[in-house]
Design a protein around this ligand. Sequence first.
Ligand SMILES: Cc1cc2nc3c(=O)[nH]c(=O)nc-3n(C[C@H](O)[C@H](O)[C@H](O)COP(=O)(O)OP(=O)(O)OC[C@H]3O[C@@H](n4cnc5c(N)ncnc54)[C@H](O)[C@@H]3O)c2cc1C
Length: 334
Amino acid sequence: MTKVEEKNAEQSYDVIVVGGGPAGLCAAMYAGRGMLNTLVIERGLPGGEMLNTDLIEDYIGFESIKGPELANLMANHAKKFGAEIIMDTVESIARRDDGDFDVITQLGKTYRAPAVILTAGGTPRKLNVSGEADYAGRGVSYCAVCDGAFFKGAVLAVVGGGDAAVEEADYLTRYAERVFIIHRRDQFRASPLIQKRAFNNPKIEVVWNRVVEEIRGDENGVNQLLLKDTVTGEESTLAVGGVFIFIGFSPNSGLIKGHFEHDAGGYIITDSRMMTSIPGLFAAGDLRVQLVRQITTAVGDATTAAMAVEKYLSEKRDREQEHGKQEKEAVAST
Ligand SMILES: Cc1cc2nc3c(=O)[nH]c(=O)nc-3n(C[C@H](O)[C@H](O)[C@H](O)COP(=O)(O)OP(=O)(O)OC[C@H]3O[C@@H](n4cnc5c(N)ncnc54)[C@H](O)[C@@H]3O)c2cc1C
């Protein structure tokens, strides 16, 4: 190590967990409990998407719990077993020639470990239409729990057709007078139970086969959407006071320096141990290729990843000891 590298390498850990959502906190809990010296680097408060979720009603054992409350319980559980959680944004994860990883952060720190578990989740996908960026925070939102209360009595639009869109439309009717769900197809992808709740909600109206072409407004914020019929091509307008966009997530996998296997959407491909194509780099939760993205799947991945890290590190140690022994024997025989 050069002198500069030595100075910048703040601390070494057995494993570094990047992201403190349910996957990261669960991985940290297991790694800590397995007596691994564990660091979690989280750019905000621990909890990930749970902090944007009002009520969680499908995490087994908890019939109904507030997202931030579950986040707090998970963070405390991880800390109880010795995991250290710091607030910083990871800018890059790079594998060194010696096989260890350098995790470099926005605060200019370099943390080093022989194994990293990446659990950085995803970023909401944008519509990329005119007006979306202009009215962000002034009627354009990606988080119903964060912004819903600002729209008391308003007419709102929700864009999307998956679980998040339909569930959040239902949530928004607590505040809004009416919520239109704009969906580009003639049926939802959302689970039947979530759909049923929305269809039974008199404040919700579904606008099928339409896409948003433009978000319009004035100095007070959003006031109209320009829509296009996906079947006939016909254009129409819809007067709304806000639009909530739930059309998916882009995985935060761009932190990895160097080539790694991923699918067309950038979701990370792992083996059954949750190890990526880079030895020692594991991935768990929403940024991994998988059918379902839930808290249960995130913590399931994380459990496997943390256990696999323990095994990976002990095998690595055995290999290094064997290598050292062979080198000594070779020296002794010369
Ligand atoms: C509105 C909404 C409602 C939902 N409701 C439910 C529900 O009721 N039940 C359920 O099971 N699931 C629900 N989900 C899905 C569930 O929240 C996710 O599947 C789960 O949070 C994924 O966990 P994760 O740890 O993989 O990612 P995340 O929860 O996204 O956590 C990733 C963490 O990584 C951090 N991070 C990202 N980049 C960096 C970086 N560069 N440096 C440091 N930290 C970084 C982020 O700040 C974040 O805290 C909901 C999702 C949404 C959006």
